[in-house]
Design a binder for this molecule. Structure first.
Ligand code: K7E
Ligand code: CUA
Length: 671
């Protein structure tokens, strides 16, 4: 099909799906996805939030939403990014950036298998990578990436979590250069940078080890190898025309773009040997400390850059038809699939052939000093006319591949060796990523596949012009793909990573022990609650316990004071959070977990009586968790006064639930 016809088809099918009506679902489908009350799902599924900037956690096979983990966007629900503890997490070299567009989840791996420690995700817009700790399901760290515009080919992991790999989708002038250049100087002034972010094997700590400076293509997606190809990372490049305007047409001229293959071990050796320039840069590194429950942000100022015009014995270009999107490596590490968005056939490359081609110097030329391997020399074969608009490919453990086709709105199953098509199934509608659970390990679970669809249309009850997006769950354990469930999603999920619950659940933190809380503003008991004035700054130490906020009446605060409300939840029991809300607060409420301390900054802007209360229904006397601030006009010296009932239970008595029994311990028929 010609490009024009493809684009026309995409306009017709992609944006206006025919009302297909959903296919019949087997009567046993409900049985397959039903998780009875009190039973747990078999998998945690971490789904990127796209324009929500967050990660949502679903149970599979039920499709139940378990949690939204705030990562790149502020979350008024629990104060993430608003409270003093987590605000520094959203600091960047541009200042405070409280939102982003998150695309690709990656689970930490040991020997190409998930190890259940961390989840990583990229921020596409203001280039960042986050690490989420799977003990707490909290964002533990965010690192910004310099020299990058559109951090899309990110954060793809190497098979022992040595590195996270991140490529720039938009090439830009290097940060240290004067970027104030005419945009038509694109070819001379713009470069594409790829970052190698080192992961500390013990702590998970992230550091930008080095970057590669490359031709100004668009680096779209990546995956790293396994087994024999473990030292390699692969990237798709589009816009190898190096166009800078009307990309829809101008970046679709070349018959073939490239897959870039980088031997990252060799690149790291160059970095160790000093084959780099130190460039000035500015990027934030933010870490949340679980012991103080506070985040710190620092701005770093330099980066090692390897110029691939000078050092290029570790990277090669492989021609790949036409504007490839995903590049996916099969569980053996031998097959590399390039998903050409505008290509009629689906090329599959062979890692051993690539190695042979390099050895025998089967090159067709050089681009910017980088050898280009001959297409045929690297090719295992092409899947003939599998569908239209291929985006992503995933794998099962039996040597089958599953490719998503956006334009023809379907998933096609084919055999990696024979390249024969085995099955195809429609999606509703226009699938983007798909995920065969465990497909990026050397042993996929192979039981389920999920399609993440871009267009929902008539899947659910209409909710006005703005609709949620939909996931579809397929049983792939038989020879044929079978649709068994459809469920709504948050934001625009791109990629997702699922892991067996048994690998995560035993390590999950249920609550913080008060003695492990080293927050400087923590109090250990209600008796320590107090109000301290230091000039214009007022520190209020509040204890939350069923069913009181202590102190409960606070006077002596003035309009314009900087009031820091340090709320410690002194409960020591799972699932007894307390909320904290102040009338007129311009930031958020707090949701404070047992044993933890959270600080909300409040600058009262009018005189009067301002109530505060607990927002989480925590006991039968939850409504009684309330108090008043008396705010006096600026300059008036109302003495500080607050009430603490001295008959309050001590910390230890307080740990006994006063009204409700601990549901967590007595839960119904838990496994
Ligand atoms: Cu295909 Cu951002 Cu991975 Cu969306 S990307 S679909
Ligand atoms: Cu504490 Cu409601």
């Amino acid at each position: 099909m010609s490009l024009a016809a493809l684009v026309a088809a995409s306009t017709f099918i992609g944006c206006k799906p025919k009302k297909m009506g959903h296919i019949a679902v087997d009567s046993d489908a409900a049985q397959q996805v039903y998780v009875a009350p009190g039973q747990y799902d078999e998998y945690y599924n971490f789904v990127s939030g796209g324009f929500s900037g967050q990660v949502s956690v679903y149970g599979l096979p039920s499709g139940r939403l378990l949690k939204v983990i705030p990562v790149f966007s502020q979350n008024g629900e629990n104060g993430y990014g608003y409270d003093e503890n987590t605000k520094p997490m959203l600091n960047t070299s541009f200042g405070f950036v409280p939102w982003d567009d998150s695309h690709h989840t990656q689970l930490s791996e040991t020997d190409a298998m998930y190890d259940g420690r961390w989840l990583f995700i990229n921020a596409n817009n203001t280039p960042r990578i986050a690490r989420i700790d799977l003990k707490t399901f909290r964002t533990a760290e965010i690192i910004e990436l310099p020299n990058t515009g559109g951090n899309h080919a990110s954060p793809f992991i190497t098979c022992n979590t040595e590195y996270l790999v991140a490529g720039t989708r938009f090439s830009v002038p290097a940060d240290y250069e004067d970027g104030d250049v005419p945009i038509d100087k694109y070819k001379e002034k713009f470069r594409g940078h790829i970052s190698y972010i080192k992961v500390d094997q013990k702590t998970g700590g992230l550091s930008l080890d080095f970057q590669l400076s490359l031709p100004p293509f668009n680096y779209d997606l990546s995956h790293s190898g396994k087994n024999a190809s473990a030292d390699w990372s692969f990237f798709t490049c589009y816009n190898t025309e190096e166009a800078h305007s009307l990309l829809e047409v101008n970046a679709s001229q070349n018959d073939k773009d490239y897959i870039l293959a980088v031997n990252w071990k060799k690149a790291a050796e160059h970095a160790r040997k000093g084959d780099f320039t130190i460039e000035k840069a500015k990027y934030a590194h933010n870490v949340f400390d679980e012991s103080t429950l506070q985040a710190k942000s620092e701005i770093l100022d330099q980066v090692k850059v390897i110029d691939t015009k000078k050092f290029n014995d570790f990277l090669y270009l492989i021609p790949c038809p036409k504007s490839p999107h995903g590049v996916d490596v099969d569980p053996t590490g031998e097959y590399i699939v390039g998903n050409g968005k505008l290509s009629a056939n689906l090329p599959v490359f062979s890692f051993s052939k690539i190695m042979k081609a390099i050895e025998q110097k089967q090159f067709e030329g050089k681009v910017d000093g980088i050898n280009v391997i001959k297409y045929e020399a690297a090719l295992h074969g092409e899947v003939q006319s599998p569908g239209l608009g291929s985006l992503h490919t995933e794998f099962d453990a039996e040597g089958n591949a599953y490719t998503s086709f956006f334009i023809s709105s379907e998933i096609v199953k084919w055999n990696l060796k024979s390249l024969k098509i085995e099955d195809r199934i429609p999606t509703y509608y226009s699938v983007g990523h798909l995920s065969v659970l465990g497909a990026d390990t050397k042993k996929p679970y192979g039981k389920y596949m999920v399609a993440y669809n871009k267009i929902t249309k008539d899947c659910f009850l209409p909710t006005g012009p703005e609709l949620c997006q939909a996931a579809q769950l397929y049983d792939i354990s038989g020879g044929k793909m079978k649709l068994i469930l459809e469920f709504p999603l948050i934001g625009e999920p791109h990629y997702a990573s699922a892991i067996a619950a048994s690998q995560v659940k035993p390590n999950v933190l249920l609550f913080t022990k008060l003695e492990d809380n080293h927050n400087p503003y923590k109090i250990k008991s209600a008796q320590e609650a107090r109000v301290e004035r230091h000039g214009k700054r007022v520190d209020v130490y509040i204890a939350a316990i069923r069913s009181r906020l202590v102190p409960d009446n606070i006077e002596g605060i003035n309009v314009g004071d900087e009031v820091y409300l340090h709320v410690t939840n002194i409960e020591q029991e799972w699932d007894i959070p307390h909320g904290f809300a102040v009338k007129g607060a311009n930031n958020a409420e707090l949701l404070v977990m047992p044993g933890e301390t959270c600080t909300l900054k409040w600058i009262p802007n009018r005189a009067g009586i301002i109530p505060y209360y607990c927002t989480d229904f925590c006991s039968a006397l939850h409504q009684e968790m309330q108090g008043y601030f008396r705010v006096s006009p600026a300059g008036k010296s109302t003495p500080i006064k607050f009430t603490i009932d001295d008959k309050l239970p001590s910390q230890f008595n307080a740990t006994k639930p006063t009204t409700q029994s601990g549901a967590a311990k007595t839960g119904h028929n838990r496994k």
